[in-house]
Design a protein around this ligand. Structure first.
Ligand code: PGA
Length: 241
């Protein structure tokens, strides 16, 4: 595991964008695993800038998003479909058939999870999986205690996670109870992993993930077992290491 510490959020984002850009330049048909949330927004902004400068081509890049809230339509302001369009896909030349995000509206979650996994398997392995980390140590929506053998599945969101996002949904009652997420097993099959964390709220979970015991109570701690992980932190997120 390599740990890179940058001064601030901008530095973390630029370093992350550089690593993603290197991947795409080295292999234009790369399969990228992509996260949502506050952490990667500036990384996406940097990638869009590189695209606008003519430095990056997304036309052959294949993407698989980590997760989506169960029950939200792709146009819902808090859906990850919407997030990805607004932060990346509306601004670059990625093609619709190469973009994959779990279907939050499906009535048959079991088949939707199975077909997401099958889509992914058709491409072999994810070349570069980018991850954020939740204050409770989750990656994707693999909450503490999630079965690490799951490939893609419908999971129940923890109260911590639901309460954290409640203000964005206008109250806890509007926050979905479930989500579809890529499981730990699928994440761990990726060839390379990039874990990003910024801010004080991530200092403890980052320390537990990197330096603590490998335990289902801290899903990100599983990354200690992956052979090619780069962690990019800002000073605040690194403050407890
Ligand atoms: P954040 O979320 O980037 O919005 O902090 C990360 C996560 O919960 O995985």
């Amino acid at each position: 595991m390599r740990v890179i510490i940058k001064n601030d959020y901008r530095g973390m984002s630029r370093e992350a964008a550089r690593i993603v850009a290197h991947q795409v330049l080295a292999k234009p048909e790369s399969v990228l695993g992509l996260p949502t949330g506050d952490t990667p927004t500036m990384m996406y902004e940097e990638l869009v800038n590189m695209y606008k400068l003519g430095l990056l081509d997304f036309s052959r890049v294949v993407t698989f998003n980590l997760d989506e809230y169960y029950g939200l339509s792709p146009d819902h302001p808090q859906s990850y479909h919407r997030y990805m369009r607004e932060n990346l896909f509306d601004h670059v030349n990625a093609t619709n058939e190469n973009i994959h995000i779990p279907d939050g509206r499906t009535k048959d979650a079991k088949s939707a999870c199975k077909s997401y996994q099958e889509d992914l398997s058709r491409y072999g392995k994810i070349d570069l999986q980018v991850l954020g980390i939740g204050p409770n140590g989750h990656i994707g929506f693999n909450e503490p205690g999630t079965d690490w053998g799951m490939t893609v599945g419908l999971v129940r969101l923890s109260d911590t996670t639901r309460n954290r996002v409640a203000p964005r949904f206008g109250g806890i009652k509007n926050v979905p109870v479930h989500a579809i997420t890529m499981g730990i097993k699928t994440i761990m099959r990726s060839k390379k992993i990039l874990l990003l964390a910024s801010g004080k709220a991530k200092a403890i979970p980052t320390k537990r993930a990197i330096e603590g015991p490998i335990t289902e109570a801290v899903p990100a701690s599983v990354l200690q077992l992956h052979p090619d992980v780069t962690v990019i932190l800002d000073q605040e997120a690194a403050s407890q290491l």
